[in-house]
Design a protein around this ligand. Structure first.
Ligand code: CA
Length: 269
């Protein structure tokens, strides 16, 4: 009986401290598993292509009239609006030599399905040259009801990062987190921003589109070429975020186990 009581206690406390992440969807992006469609249409010379065990952003022939952009939308899973979850992906963006005004970035993006242009958020590992040298940063845009906000950039000197967008359905917020060196050294996320997206008007029947986007260009049409290995995505995953009520229930069970142990201990005395 005593052994059983202790087992219940340790299991409950352990679960409350670190619930195992429930994976809702994952794709290593090592091969084209037909999970991602080109949507919307690519722009200029940009494209996202599965090769070399990753999803690569490539610009073979830079466009002279528009920025280059490659899109992929997850077609086999959508983010629910009635529960909380996190979507993350590993990103590599090489130390590209960019001329003045040139930029390149790789984004994880969420959007309200059916109103993607009016209600979306992009979170990127970004590199640009604005004339004062090269900058590598974490870059975030949030668009609510057509109004686009550029959130403060977070400098990130490394070429690899894991970017995560989390949705909290109780508060209608998105949290943008990043692991500044990606998979190296295990997960270690910092919060860059939190944004209120109640203005997206998500109801129970609405879902989130999950997308990956590569972009590059120059505001006056002198775009960089992006070659193999310069920029790519790997290891996309969506995990469920446990609700506060789940933690409360487990903590309650832990307290119950503790009470049982105390009673047992008192009786033995
Ligand atoms: Ca890390």
């Amino acid at each position: 009986m005593k052994t059983k009581t202790c087992l219940v206690l340790s299991l409950c406390l352990g679960a409350a401290a670190a619930l195992p992440a429930q994976i809702l969807f994952s794709d290593s992006l090592a091969t084209d598993a037909s999970n991602w469609i080109v949507n919307p249409a690519n722009q200029g010379g940009g494209a996202l292509t599965f090769a070399s065990s990753r999803l690569n952003y490539l610009v073979g022939t830079p466009d002279l009239t528009v920025n280059d952009t490659g899109f992929r939308a997850l077609s086999v899973f959508a983010g629910p609006s009635t529960s909380s979850w996190s979507a993350q992906v590993d990103i590599h963006l090489a130390s590209l030599s960019l001329s003045t005004n040139q930029f390149a970035n790789l984004n994880i993006m969420v959007a309200k399905i059916g109103a993607e242009m009016a209600n979306n958020a992009t979170f990127a590992l970004d590199r640009y040259n604005a004339g004062a040298g090269l900058v590598q940063d974490i870059d975030t845009f949030v668009t609510v009801a057509g109004s686009k906000s550029h959130l403060p950039q977070v400098l990130n000197a490394t070429t690899d990062a894991t970017l995560m967008i989390s949705f909290d359905h109780l508060t209608s917020t998105l949290t943008f987190s990043y692991d500044s060196n990606g998979p190296v050294g295990g997960p270690s996320f910092l919060t860059a921003h939190t944004a209120d997206i109640s203005g997206w008007g998500m109801t129970g029947s609405d879902n989130f589109a999950l997308m990956l986007v590569g972009g590059s260009g120059n505001d006056i049409g002198f775009n960089p070429a992006i070659g193999s290995g310069d920029g790519y995505f790997q290891n996309f995953a969506v995990t469920a975020v446990p609700e506060p009520s789940t933690y409360a229930m487990l903590t309650g069970l832990g307290a119950l186990g503790l009470a049982m142990l105390r009673r047992r201990f008192c009786r033995e005395i």
